[in-house]
Design a protein around this ligand. Sequence first.
Ligand code: PLP
Length: 388
Amino acid sequence: MSDNEIPLSKPDLGPLEEQKVMEVLRSGRLSIGPMQERFEQMVSARAGCREGVAVSSGTCGLHLVLLALGIGPGDEVITTPFSFVASANVILHVGATPVFVDIDPKSLNADPAQIEASITPRTRAILAVEAFGNPTHMDAYAQLAAKHEIPLIEDCCEALGTTYKGRPCGSFGRAGVFGFYPNKQITTGEGGMIVTDDERLAARCRSLRNQGRGAMSAGGQGSWLKHERLGYNYRMSELQAALGVAQMERLDELITARQRVANMYVTRLAANGDVILPTVSPESSMSWFVFVVRLAAEYSREERDRVIQGMRNHEVGSADYFPCIHEQSYFIEWFEQAGRTRPSFPIAETVAGRTIALPFYTTLTEREVDLVCQTLEVMIQRENLRRS
Ligand SMILES: *Cc1c(COP(=O)(O)O)cnc(C)c1O
């Protein structure tokens, strides 16, 4: 990476983060301590939930929620094919069957009508994702889940701090899960958190993340080596939690900065007929996970791939968020092994073939945004010239 490179993402870390991490280092208490509890309180409060369970990644959080809900072999979980693979991987991790449905072309989230049409007596959950942090349809999913008496699991890993119709993301389902990888709105390096109003679910998740220990042996009077169930080590360290506390204290500042960059892109690209900008419903306030544009309908996947490569060659970060999950090699194998016909989802597939994620982080300047857009425009022009 040279000095001129504009990366795809960059965490925003400052003196507060250093101070909190140093506090933990000096305390000598590196795991299961007060920072984790404080971080859990901050995130769950922001998500409008009573309980927070910090874990070592967003993926681990989703895995634990499925386990705690007792979902396993023979159970079907309805989800979207247009997401980061983790949201569907966890369904395979517990041995359940992922049932994908096509997406709505505007919000890029699972189409509620298709979800309803896919519900069978074996459906044990709807695992919904806010694609790129867009919360549209979350209320519709919650209604569907209530009507059919199945839990809604909200993979809100891309939506921390976002609200829809005044309601915070994380609070729409039985449980929500956030992720804190360095490209997210806030980071702990690696980390995640389950949020829920269901105290029993939270207690089960706390036990599962800590090798199946009961509440007593984990923090109370019982033996540390008494395990009540088969668990995992999915704990978050105090160092990570300290980073999380500092980032949560700055969340509003970070969201404002992300909104500023999103506005710059929208203003700069509004008149460009070759790119489709993200659709944000007036009913949501976004915290902006990424900034993803789409090439217009006439552009092919190959042309899109060359635009991305061209931008990278010019030291501008760019990526094809997200290739469809059902088209990943191991999912194709899974369909074969399960004796199922490989599904196809026309909307998700066309969208996935035309998306371009642009550099997106809090400190991007107007000059850099302009340079990114100029490079994008030159690469698109090059494709138009190739054709003629
Ligand atoms: C980031 C993310 C996750 C969790 O990722 P981890 O790297 O495990 O923290 C899960 N689902 C979606 C949709 C994500 O974007």
